[in-house]
Design a protein around this ligand. Sequence first.
Ligand SMILES: [Zn+2]
Ligand SMILES: [Zn+2]
Length: 357
Amino acid sequence: MSSLRQDPLSGRWVIIAAQRQGRPNDFRGPLQRPVSPQKAGDNCPFCPGQECMTPPEMMATGRATGLATNGPGWRIRVVPNKYPAVRPETPLKISSDPILLKPQGPAQGGHEVVICCPRHGDSLGTLSGDHLAEVLSVVRQRIGSLAEQNPSSRYVLAFGNQGPEAGATLAHSHLQIITTPVIPALVVDKTENFLRYSAATRSCLLCDSLAEEEAEGSRLIAANETWVGLAPWASRFPCEMQLIPRRHCSSMQDVSDDELDGLAHLMSLCLKGLDNHRPGAGYNIVIHNAALPSTDGRGYGNERFDALQGETTGHFHWHVEILPRLSRQAGFEAGTGFAINSLPPEEAAVILRRESR
Ligand SMILES: [Zn+2]
Ligand SMILES: [Zn+2]
């Protein structure tokens, strides 16, 4: 059973999930490198032919008519996480004793895995743009379903960990989607900044940033009709990338198939650039949608978020981050919550522009 605990000093939430200690780990060992992809396929729960090693699937694409569910023949497969950080059946109730010192409640929510491709050695960076677009379309669909099935959710995060340095425990390419009944502090901060900017200028912070970055150009990596990829002004990680939709909308749920296609092709280019620069580099991909609205007092509530003046969802401009793990975060980052980055984004953009061509 997972629990959500809040540190009364910092206000930070933590999911305590002891059951996740039993997860398999492809990267155990001194070098933290997987055995060769071909060999790992034998024990990999995400490889075709091993479907019985995961819980029954929620959906799959690509399987020809007549082939059985939970068998091979799929292109993308979605399963519940076997070692979930949050659980749907858990009743939602904050308890604390005494309330001000040890706030905690059950970690209620859904936790799914999107297995991106059948081939063990592939990664998001090696998939075709069209396959990646289908992966993103599946993620969009599952985000909507998970929010619906977990009415206590205040946030749905889709993310990917590639490589052990990025926190992956299984080598086979996959993304995860987790819903939480609390709004992460980072999302509250971003929403607050969108609202503050809008109150001062009647405009959107990210729409305006995008226009300025395109005019200035030094941090641009790649762009297409619907998306722009840049090295953000205050990058925390060397070669950090931010992918921003040109059209203002608050979540992945609001975009057209064409826009999703544009994201997939830009993401392919950006990941290719990173891999050419540092072959095999680990990274996280994070999809930042707006927080779910606070109807019916759903979730644990968040005083700061719920007190914000303005339309919190509509002002949020969704975006995607690629966070390479080329350096380790250390004591300063742990002690302050902000990063020291030794590669200026302007230099990272020159490298990534060149390497993604
Ligand atoms: Zn595999
Ligand atoms: Zn905008």
